[in-house]
Design a protein around this ligand. Sequence first.
Ligand SMILES: Cc1cc2nc3c(=O)[nH]c(=O)nc-3n(C[C@H](O)[C@H](O)[C@H](O)COP(=O)(O)OP(=O)(O)OC[C@H]3O[C@@H](n4cnc5c(N)ncnc54)[C@H](O)[C@@H]3O)c2cc1C
Length: 448
Amino acid sequence: MPKQSFSGLRLEGTLSTDSQEIAYAAADFGGIISRTPLAVARAHSPRDVRSVLRFAAEHGLSVTPRGQGHSSMGQAQAVSGIVLDLSDLNTVHDISSDRVVVDAGTTWAALLAATLQHGLTPRVLTDYLGTSVGGTLSVGGIGGTTHRYGVQTDNVLSLDVVTGDGEFRTCSPTESPDLFNAVLAGFGRCGVIVRATIPLIAAPERVRRIKVYYPTAAELRSQQRKLLRERRFDFLQGQILPSDAGWVHMLDVSAFYTPPAEPDDATLVDDIGYDPARDKIEDLSYWEFATRLDETVTYLETTGEWRAPHPWPNLFLPDRTTDTFVDQIMHGLSHSDLGASGLILTYPVSTDVLTTPLFRVPDAPTIFLVAALRFASSESIAEQMVRSNRRWFDSAVGLGGTSYPVGAIPFTEDDWRNHLGQAHQSFAEAEARYDPSEVLNRRLKLTP
Ligand SMILES: Cc1cc2nc3c(=O)[nH]c(=O)nc-3n(C[C@H](O)[C@H](O)[C@H](O)COP(=O)(O)OP(=O)(O)OC[C@H]3O[C@@H](n4cnc5c(N)ncnc54)[C@H](O)[C@@H]3O)c2cc1C
C-alpha cells in the first residue's frame, strides 16, 4: 500500500507521523491495547478540526478524537487513521454568573480552577479531574453529586461541534437536538465537540467529608439507599476495599457549605452507624476535596501502578439485583484479583435525574454503579482481568445491568447495538446524516 501523504493538510496546530507522537497516540491509560495510527493531528482551533475531518473524508481515512486518553481500552485510538488530539484546544472563554464557555480539550481541573476564581463550579465533577471536558461529555461523566444533578452530559447548555461532514454546527436541547443527543455520550461517532457551554452554580467554600465503615457490602448499600432517599448529603459514594482482615465497606459522603453556615456533625451522622473510634470526619476546602485523588495519583506514580495496565470494568445494576451481583463477583474474589491498590467503587443514583439518551442505564428507579479499579502487574494478568470483566458484564446483563463503556470490557458490534437498545435507530440515523463518509469512530471496537 502506498504511504499516505499528509502534505495537503495545513493546520494552525501540528500534524505528525513522528514515532514519538505515534507511540503517544497508540497508548491510553488502560495500557491494555495499542493501535497504531497513521498520524497525529494536534488541533489548535476549531478550523483545524474541520480541516482534518475534510482531509480524512477526501482521502478515505478515519479520525478518532482524543481528549486526555484516559480511556481504558482503545476508545480514543485509531487504526490506520488519524488521532485528532484536542488537548491544545484548551481555553476557558466567558464565565458569567450561571455558565461557562470552554474549549473541549480543557481539563476539568483547569476549568474548575478558572470558575472558582468567580466563586462558581460545575454541578458534577468526575472523581479525577485530569480528564477533558470533550472526553467526559463524549462518554457521560459520573460523580458523587450525580444523585442530585445527573451525569455531566445532563448538565450541558449547548455544544459547538464539527460534524463528520466537516461542518461547524451548534446544538442544544432546542437547536438541532438530534445532533445534541447523538454527540453527548456518543463516543465521538457523529462529531467532534470543540466547545461546550456548561451551567455553573455557586461553589461551596468548604466540605465536611465523612467516612463510615461497615462489615458487609449489603449494610453499606442499605445505608446508601437510605441516604439517597433522604438526600442528606451533597456527595454520595462508597467503596469496597481490601484490608488485612478481608474486605472493608466504606461509605464516603460529604456535605458542602460556606461559612458562617456550618453543618451539624451529629445530625449528619445520625443513625448511620457512625463510630468515632473507627470512622472519620474531616473538613476540607472545596478545591482540596475536588482534587482529592491527586495524592493517590502521586502514590500510584511512585509504585509504578499509574503506568501499569488498568483493566477497569464499569457496570450499572438495577437496585433490585445489585446485592446478587455484588455477592457473585465478591465470591472467591481475592485481593490479588484487583491488584495491589485495587478497590471497588459502588454508589447509588436515582435514574429520574438522568436524561442523556445515549447514557444507557438499567430501567429501574434506582441503580448502582459497580466499578472495579483493577491494577495488573503484567500483560498476562491484565488479559485475565479483561476476561473476568467480560464474565462480570455477561452476568450483569443477565441481571438487567448495563456497561458504562469507558472501561475495559470487550464489546462487539452486537454489544453496542444491544447497549444502545431503543436509542440505536436514532443514533444510526444521526451517524448517517452527520458523518456520511464514515470518517469518525464509526466502528468503535473494544476488543483486545
Ligand atoms: C483515574 C481516572 C478516574 C476516572 N474517574 C471517573 C469518574 O469519576 N467518572 C467518570 O464518569 N469517568 C471517570 N473516568 C473515566 C473517564 O471519564 C473516561 O475515560 C473519559 O473518557 C476520559 O476523558 P478523556 O479526556 O481522557 O477522554 P479520551 O479517553 O481521550 O476519549 C474518550 C472518548 O471520547 C472521544 N472523544 C474525546 N474527546 C472528544 C471530543 N472533543 N469530541 C468527540 N469525541 C471525543 C474519544 O474518541 C473516545 O471515544 C476516570 C478515568 C480515570 C483514568
